[in-house]
Design a protein around this ligand. Structure first.
Ligand code: ZN
Length: 267
């Protein structure tokens, strides 16, 4: 089945979709400092890649997939001290995502999933709240297509062990901001936006953001990342980035399939 960009469709085309076999995917990123070598939109690029890779897998299973425009403005308090970062209150994200989920439920879609690549704890918590509120109301009512069933909201949180263990060693170490993991994905997706001359000169910064957060640090500088990167960007390769995107797509597709076919076997 096809993958559609919601923003490119007409409303009549959306009305014509088989809502109960249609899932929507919302990529979620940020405009946030990512070292001296990656663009501020790094998490948006990663989230969109995850969404597309997941959508391809779902389409191959016979589902229709609607890709929503990415959420690009997010709480980003850890990076707020760096030039260019946009940091908004987490309540704003919860309200927008919650409203979007309710819109999608009213249209009668089977599922809506968030493909999130921005792991600032404030953002992850804001997304969790929006998804939790939607699902707490039980299966949302069928919408204008008048078909039965309700919409489930799905958020595979990559910071949870179940999903994190599928990702790279650097990601699991917590030194996972603008390092080898994220740089590899941007090299695969948007090599034109990577300053490879700078990237190759960056010394490894193996400090764990997860440990820093546990210790009460609230900014990248306080966590030991005065250049807004953690991990080993100089080791990044496009090949690794392509492999990570495939894994991210598999995680997204599995989470959705589990939610809509609880007795099925995810592939
Ligand atoms: Zn990032």
């Amino acid at each position: 089945m096809p993958v559609y960009s919601l923003a490119s469709l007409t409303w009549t085309a959306v009305r014509g979709l088989p809502a109960t076999r249609t899932v929507a995917v919302l990529p979620a990123g940020a405009i946030e400092a990512h070292g001296p070598h990656l663009p501020l939109a790094t998490d948006v690029i990663i989230a969109e890649a995850m969404a597309r890779a997941g959508a391809d897998r779902l389409a191959a299973r016979g589902l229709h997939v609607l890709l929503l425009p990415a959420l690009t403005i997010a709480p980003a308090p850890f990076a707020a001290e760096f030039a260019g970062t946009l940091d908004v209150p987490p309540e704003a994200t919860t309200m927008i995502v919650g409203a979007v989920l309710h819109n999608l439920a009213a249209h009668g879609f089977r599922a809506a999933a968030i493909a999130n690549a921005h792991h600032d704890p404030a953002h992850v918590a804001a997304l969790r709240r929006a998804v939790g509120e939607l699902n707490a109301h039980g299966p949302a009512k069928a919408g204008h297509n008048g078909e039965p069933g309700g919409m489930v909201a799905v958020f595979p949180d990559l910071t949870r062990r179940r999903w994190a263990e599928r990702l790279t060693a650097e990601f699991r170490s917590g030194a996972c901001h603008a390092g080898r993991y994220e740089t590899s994905i941007v090299l695969a997706e948007r090599p034109d936006l990577v300053r490879t001359d700078v990237m190759s000169t960056l010394a490894p910064n193996p400090r764990s953001l997860v440990d820093a957060i546990r210790a009460g640090r609230t900014t990248f500088t306080a966590a030991g990342g005065s250049d807004a990167y953690f991990g080993s960007p100089a080791e990044a390769t496009a090949e690794e980035g392509r492999a990570i995107v495939e894994t991210l797509g598999a995680i997204l597709a599995e989470a959705i399939v589990e939610a809509i076919e609880p007795t099925g076997v995810a592939s």
